[in-house]
Design a protein around this ligand. Structure first.
Ligand SMILES: O=C(O)[C@H](O)[C@@H](O)[C@H](O)[C@H](O)COP(=O)(O)O
Length: 298
């Protein structure tokens, strides 16, 4: 198939590599020259401008966005609405909010452009060597290009989830789970790090990865990280987040459900970003006020 990709960042470039390895023809664009150059080296055909990217075809096109979620994706979808033709397919393979994807589906439908929201998991290596994809949109459109997902994903690694938005919704919950699992690993290894016993934590991760209940890709990555940097030196301890965890918690509240582990892992990340610790300073001051307890100084 001929696939047209916009966005040649960490994920987009690896997706290009995967598509080329699976003998697909890839036309692509990125605002960054060096990324276009890298795509060319992988065997894709980058265009120098967006106009050129959209001008090339007369027949139905399959277009794939691999862009940061939010405004950048939003703006590009508006451009696609303007430039693509009725019958063209547009895939958003980024981490967009599911409600935005539902909106994008209806917006593009005005021009009979077919939209699929595809939650993509597996990180950079997955995008390159075999990803996991969760697809929302019209079943007929998915069926038409299912071969593409077969090629890009690991065996049994894609799912047609249902109507528009359901792909990104599933990816959102997936990431909520990811937050909780990582939090548990972080807490466990923190306790072992401060333990009364002297564990070699890389060896702990290794043994966990061999036959234990908690063996997993995340545990393999833990083992790798500990091998590379056993003391975690030079790392600030701040854990940023891109939005998926927050949306999961928002949806939990909206649906009046309970997800304390995911919620707590999100809050822990937020707390980790606060280096000022103003709230804790107030608490220490209060203890001092009512109980005369000493305030630890810097
Ligand atoms: O499944 C995946 O491959 C990952 O989830 C991937 O999509 C990305 O690394 C996260 O979106 C990071 O999310 P945070 O920045 O919120 O941790």
């Amino acid at each position: 198939m001929k696939i047209k990709i916009i966005g040649l960042g960490k994920m987009g470039l690896n997706l290009v590599s995967n598509l080329v390895a699976n003998k697909h023809e890839v036309v692509c664009f990125d605002i960054n020259d060096s990324q276009r150059e890298a795509a060319k080296k992988l065997g894709a055909t980058p265009t120098d401008t967006l106009d050129e990217f959209f001008a090339l075809d007369t027949e139905q096109t399959i277009n794939w966005l691999m862009l940061p979620s939010g405004k950048i994706t939003e703006d590009m979808i508006k451009t696609c609405h303007e430039k693509l033709n009725a019958g063209d397919i547009l895939i958003d393979g980024g981490n967009s909010k599911f409600a935005d994807s539902v909106h994008h589906y209806h917006f593009l439908k005005e021009k009979d452009i077919h939209f699929l929201d595809v939650g993509t998991s597996g990180g950079m290596s997955g995008a390159r060597d075999g990803a996991c994809m969760m697809v929302g949109g019209e079943q007929a459109i998915f069926n038409q290009i299912e071969e593409l997902f077969e090629d890009l994903c690991v065996e049994k690694g894609y799912l047609y989830c249902g109507e528009a938005g359901s792909g990104h919704y599933l990816k959102m919950v997936h990431n909520g789970i990811e937050y909780g699992m990582m939090q548990a690993i972080g807490e466990g290894f923190n306790l072992l790090h401060h333990s009364r016993f002297d564990y070699d934590l890389e060896q702990v991760a290794r043994v966990f990865n061999n036959g234990s209940v908690v063996r997993s890709w995340l545990m393999e990555l833990t083992e790798k990280a500990l091998k590379e940097n056993p003391t975690m030196s030079g790392i600030s301890g701040q854990v940023p987040s891109s939005g998926e965890g927050k949306w999961t918690v928002e949806e939990m509240l909206e649906m009046q459900q309970s997800a304390p582990v995911i919620t707590q892992s999100l809050l822990t990340r937020y707390a980790s970003m606060d280096t000022e610790k103003y709230g804790e300073k107030v608490i220490a001051s209060l203890r001092n006020q009512f109980g005369g307890h000493e305030i630890p100084k810097k």
